[in-house]
Every structure is written in C-alpha cells, then in structure tokens.
Design a protein around this ligand. Structure first.
Ligand code: BG6
Length: 278
C-alpha cells in the first residue's frame, strides 16, 4: 500500500506498508524518516522534536548529504549540501511483490543549485523497502566539465541505550577524528562513552551494530568510507531539533564517499553509492 500524505503545513510524504516492513519518505530531501520491519522496533531513529518544515532538514532517518559532506570551503553554503532540503521529484513506486516495494526519486540542477554548485547533474535515489532497506544514490554528470562530489547516506539508527551498543567491522581501519582533525587507527570494536565524530577510511566489509536485543548489518557498495557519529551530552544540548537526552537513543553510521573517498565523475558518467541495511 502506497499513500501520499500531507501534514497541516503542506509537508508531503509517502507512507508505505507491505508484508515485511513499513516506511515513510518525505518528498523534501527524498528523506526516509521511518523504517520498521513487521513486529520489530523501528530501525531508524527520528527526533521527537524534529522539524517537518519546508527548507529545514528532518532530524533523524536518512538525510542525503550531497554534493558535499560536512562543510563547504564557502562557509555561507549549507553543511552537508543542498540535496537534503531540496524538493525532489517522485518518479514512481513499484509494488514488486507483497514483501517488496521500490521507489525512485530524482533531483536535477536549477538556477538555485547552480548558484551554490556550478554543475549540471542528475541525482536519483532508488529505495527498496522489504526486510532490508536498500538505498542506491546515483549521481550522473550531465555537465561538460568533470566534477567531484563527497556524499553520505547519513543514517540515524535507533538504539536501546548508547551505552549498550557496540560497532563491529572497523577494527584496524584508519580514521580522521573530526574532533581533533588527527588521523588515527581503530583498535578493536567501537563503544561509546563520549562524543564520537569520525570518518573511517578503507572500509571494505560489513559494519555490524550490536545492540541489547538485535544486531543490524550495514553493507556498503562503491564506498570505502563511513562516518560514525554520536554528539554526546554537550553537543546534543546545542543541536537543533534534538532533546537534551536524545544522544542516548541514537547513533549515526553513514555509508559515504567522504574525504579521501570523494569521487571524481567525468561528463556523461555516473557513480552509485549503495547501502543495504538488514
Ligand atoms: C555528522 C557530522 O555527519 O553530522 C557531525 O559528522 C554533525 O559533525 C552531524 O554534527 C549533524 O549535522 P547537521 O548539519 O545535520 O546538524
């Protein structure tokens, strides 16, 4: 079942239910802000006080960070790019079988995007809702010049309590610590007892998020970087659309092409960042 819904302020989203899962996807940002498998707690975290307003990124779910991840050299431009707050075109949905539904969204250049980023592009997001959540973000260069992008599927995961969580699969991987801007190497699994903001490089296998009662797997393709982020107490208190204790019930694992893994795309060529969550 696919239903187009609107909040009182006109904010539009698609609600979908099939026999394996349910999800909600906003047209602004092609932003998945709810995904739960039947009979399970939601896999994605959504802030209780998130804004659902035109031009403001939803706090939670999967913001699409594109065509740059983090800050731009020009600090007047929005952090994490403009795709997450742009209105995407809903190309269509397909109820493949009773367990699987796919959606395609599209974003292309206009006067406003050319003002921020001077290239002609076509960006397509294919989302599969089944017992897996699959996201395929395809960038096509339709300009005459080569361009470079960095990007992330900035996935907020819902966890029982941040102190109960372990991330496996990044042992021995180099990372850039975005709190100190130092290059480090991961030793063992990742647990949380302070702010963590890191861009892991050379990621070549599955990442596992082990919580009290379940383990979630994240498989990335055409990507060798992943961001791990939890704002912890002080930063959480400063963040927009987050309650002071929100850091306890969320963390981000973000399949990416960031920093050393940014991608150069030649005219008429494409690159697809793919993440499978199961
Ligand atoms: C993460 C960054 O990906 O996104 C953090 O590593 C940042 O540094 C976080 O604080 C949230 O960013 P924003 O723009 O959604 O508040």
């Amino acid at each position: 079942m696919i239903v187009l819904k609107k909040l009182a302020n006109g904010f539009a989203y698609i609600e979908i239910k099939n026999s394996s899962a349910e999800a909600k996807i906003a047209l602004q940002g092609a932003h998945i802000f709810h995904y739960a498998r039947v009979g399970e707690e939601p896999i994605l975290w959504l802030s209780e006080v998130s804004d659902f307003e035109v031009g403001k990124a939803i706090r939670g779910g999967v913001p699409v960070c594109w065509p740059w991840f983090g800050f731009n050299e020009d600090k007047t431009l929005p952090q994490h790019g403009f795709a997450r707050t742009a209105l995407w075109e809903f190309v269509g949905g397909d109820e493949v079988d009773e367990k699987t539904t796919t959606f395609t969204f599209r974003l292309t250049y206009n006067e406003k995007t050319l003002g921020m980023w001077h290239y002609k592009f076509l960006l397509e997001l294919k989302i599969t809702i089944s017992d897996k959540l699959i996201m395929e973000l395809k960038t096509t260069n339709i300009d005459e010049r080569t361009f470079k992008i960095s990007q992330a599927l900035h996935t907020y995961f819902s966890v029982s309590h941040i102190s109960d969580v372990t991330i496996k699969g990044l042992d021995n991987k180099p990372y850039l610590d975005a709190l100190t801007w130092k290059n480090e190497v991961q030793k063992g699994d990742i647990t949380f007892n302070q702010e963590v903001d890191r861009v892991y490089q050379e990621v070549d296998g599955e990442i596992a998020l082990s919580d009290k009662n379940r383990t979630i797997h994240i498989k990335n393709e055409n990507s060798s970087s992943a961001v791990i982020w939890n704002p912890w107490i002080e930063k959480c208190g400063r963040m927009s659309a987050m309650k002071p204790n929100a850091y306890e019930s969320m963390l981000c694992i973000e399949p990416a092409n960031a920093f050393l893994d940014a991608r150069v795309i030649k005219p008429q060529k494409s690159h697809t960042l793919k993440a499978t969550i199961f």
